[in-house]
Design a protein around this ligand. Structure first.
Ligand SMILES: [Zn+2]
Length: 150
């Protein structure tokens, strides 16, 4: 696209000048108010990764489930029936041998009135406990995230 002002090739900026929208090059982008720059154009062009809030099953979910179930006086079999799951499967979940998927976790949350899912702490807020009790450096966290991806 050519610049509306100087005619140069590569008009990557959209600017607003007195209500009119002009496609201009970088040199002319200072003429008006920049509506969007080249970065924006690239972002919408690509299939930008969507920010998705992931839910994670909390630590100690087995004890949480078992505890709530016992407080309610529900035998495992009865709970399993209520949420339409196999009793043996639920038993494995309570013993933390199996991680419940989001759907099952939601069912258990509803049935038992407990909280099993938490928003995943990815990115800056990584909650990593260092075994030595030392603080994690950013490098350590990046290293862990790299390993997770592999
Ligand atoms: Zn120009």
């Amino acid at each position: 696209m050519e610049c509306d002002i100087c005619g140069a090739d590569g008009a990557e900026y959209l600017i607003a000048v007195e209500g009119a929208k002009l496609n201009v090059c970088q040199n002319c982008s200072g003429t008006g108010k920049i509506v969007r720059g080249p970065q924006y154009a690239r972002e919408v062009g690509e299939d930008a990764p969507r920010i998705r809030q992931e839910l994670e099953v909390v630590d100690g979910y087995g004890a949480l489930i078992a505890g709530a179930r016992k407080r309610m006086g529900l035998p495992l079999e009865v709970l399993a029936e209520r949420i339409n799951e196999k009793h043996s499967f639920l038993e494995r979940v309570e013993h933390e041998k199996t991680l419940p998927d989001e759907k099952l976790a939601h069912k258990l949350e509803k049935e038992l009135g407990i909280k099993l899912l938490a928003e995943s702490t990815s990115g800056a807020a990584v909650n990593v406990k260092d075994k030595q009790g030392k603080g994690m450096t950013l490098g350590d966290i990046l290293e862990i995230q790299k390993k997770k991806k592999d």
